[in-house]
Design a protein around this ligand. Sequence first.
Ligand code: PMP
Length: 412
Amino acid sequence: MCFSGCTGESAVLPQGPRAAYNHAIVFGQPRGSLDRASGKPTPMRIYCDHNATTPMEPRVRSAMEPWLSAAANASSLHAEGRAARRALEDAREDVAALFAAEPRDVVFTSGATEANNMAMGGEGPTAASGIEHPSVLEPLRRKQRLRTLATGRDGVVCLADLEVALKEGCRAAAVMATNNETGVRQPWRSAAALCAAQGARLHVDAVQEAGKGELCCAAFPGFTMAISGHKLGGPQGIGALWIAPETRIPPLLLGGAQERMRRAGTENIAAAVGLGVACRIARVEREERTLRLEQREALFLVAARAAAQDLQIHGTQQPGGRAPGTLSLRVPGLLAETLVIACDLEGLALSVGSACSSGAARPSHVLDTMGLAAGVVVESLRVSLSASTPEAEATRAGEIFGRMVNRMRGQR
Ligand code: PMP
């Protein structure tokens, strides 16, 4: 069966495991709206896994559209190249504005994984807690450079431990802004002050805070911050690393002189434009989004608790201690994986821990680091909402969740 350059055959629905993908190529429909096996549109679903990835904002998509098929190399001198350069630099301004930083200090990357890996470059021990994302921890572990910081049961990294590490000569640290599994906000501003006082580098993975909280901070040499496009309504495969002035970060990719010699490779103009627009929307609409997220979270919880009164929320219970919309939940006695599958079959998409760990069916390293018992960890799942989740959907998601809890408990 041929789907490239098809003429008459394109009217025939493709079959097989690649059916939905091929169907999208032929008919130009987004993959997400198609059932993978049948190639037919899926029934109404409620997506509550926004910390894994967000759907693309329609305004982002419109801005990207012209660049998807353009001959756009920002390093070319001709008019097409100059137009691409302008678009790239406009996008850089929008990304920089999210950090209240200078555009020249923003480097486009293939995502936050690359940005985090890049920020972990260099020599010597780096202090980080076990709740950090694997893209922070793994590069350090590989080179045996991880100096582990303790984390409390409330999911907050221990700053006293960071102080000790710095006093003992540690010259670099990583403290994420918000944890992707629990939504617990970390004291990264205080960590920045401690690191600055000791002349140490600090990296902040701000992926899950972008669009939810304030990211501006007084820059000091040694400060870096990462974000990812697909966590804030932008495209996948693009991210950015803000590198404070006078900070030297060794490049990961060597080659051309793109990105002021900090990241070689032809820039992805369409994706950068998408990230720029997503950042602008996130900045301008942040307060409104926060209110909506808080309200959606409350609606979900009220509906879920009506059935599951013993529902537990992991992480700090301090007001403002968690970014709104992220809930790490436990229903005592119920295996999270089974509950997530039951919800999925009812049209509700949730997740067991983070996408990275759930894909590998590994128990959450974050909850484990927080000191939760293995039996509690396997009963824990994540609900992550979006400001664009309609009110009725947030309530309905809570109702489906509650219904599945009742069903698993044999209460129907
Ligand atoms: N950091 C955090 C906190 C994340 O949630 C993620 C995505 N799971 C990443 C980094 C990696 O981002 P990307 O998918 O853009 O590589």
